[in-house]
Design a protein around this ligand. Structure first.
Ligand code: ATP
Ligand code: ZN
Length: 210
């Protein structure tokens, strides 16, 4: 049997649920915070613990056969991978937000405006589809402070409860994409019998939760 590799987030919002779903599939493995790789003792599988941003590319390049990562990260990375299964956790929405006092009411009014984001690829695609030319300012974190610092007129970021927006004087304006964690595979990996077995187990865990 081939030993598969699955890449999951090492720490962060998706780590715990990713570990949980694999354990619920009956897989036995050690989950030490310090190790980057863990061997499953009762299935031909190794688990790689990575930063989420690296997962799509690792899967595309076949370094990992499978991965668990947010759809937002997959699309932003531009990697070509196969979506095997939505996993129902890590749900969030990528939104454009504007200062509370902004007079912008339509997407067309973003024309020529500066928008700060950590998701330039997704935002660029959205603006193109809406025929808007805006100045995308890439920031890797704390995007919400952009407008307050005079760095941008709007932001595009992940919003779950809206609390961070509110405390920075921002209001949601437009929905760019919805995202959740998905199981991805290298193209063609779904044909491997070990992948099919794992996929079946994951699907029955998800069904049991319904
Ligand atoms: P890493 O150190 O692995 O790069 P990160 O800081 O980029 O981690 P996290 O904040 O742990 O990422 O978020 C991982 C994923 O969780 C996001 O890409 C997104 O798909 C999902 N997610 C769900 N809710 C939220 C939220 N409220 N804010 C940010 N991400 C969220
Ligand atoms: Zn990340």
């Amino acid at each position: 049997m081939k030993t598969l590799k699955i890449a999951i987030q090492k720490s962060g919002r998706l780590n715990e649920k990713s570990v949980e779903i694999l354990k619920n599939c009956g897989l036995s493995f050690e989950n030490y915070k310090s190790s980057l790789i863990s061997t499953v003792t009762n299935f031909p599988l190794e688990i790689l613990f990575l930063r989420d941003d690296d997962i799509p590319e690792y899967v595309q390049d076949g370094i990992a056969d499978l991965g668990i990562v947010g759809e937002n990260v997959i699309i932003e990375s531009g990697s070509e991978v196969t979506y095997l299964q939505k996993l129902g956790f890590g749900k969030c929405t990528l939104k454009i937000a504007i200062p509370n006092e902004s007079h912008i009411t339509e997407i067309a009014q973003l024309e020529g405006k500066a928008i700060a984001t950590s998701y330039p690829v997704i935002l660029e695609k959205y603006l193109r589809e809406n025929h808007v030319n805006a100045d995308i300012r890439m920031i890797s974190g704390s995007v919400e402070i952009g407008p307050g610092l005079g760095l941008s007129d709007a932001i595009c970021d992940i919003v779950s409860t809206g609390g961070t927006l509110k405390s920075n004087g921002l209001k949601p304006f437009a929905e760019v994409m919805k995202s959740e964690a998905v199981l991805i595979g290298k193209e063609g990996s779904e044909l491997l019998p070990e992948v099919q077995e794992l996929l079946q187990r994951i699907r029955s865990v998800l069904r049991a939760k319904e």
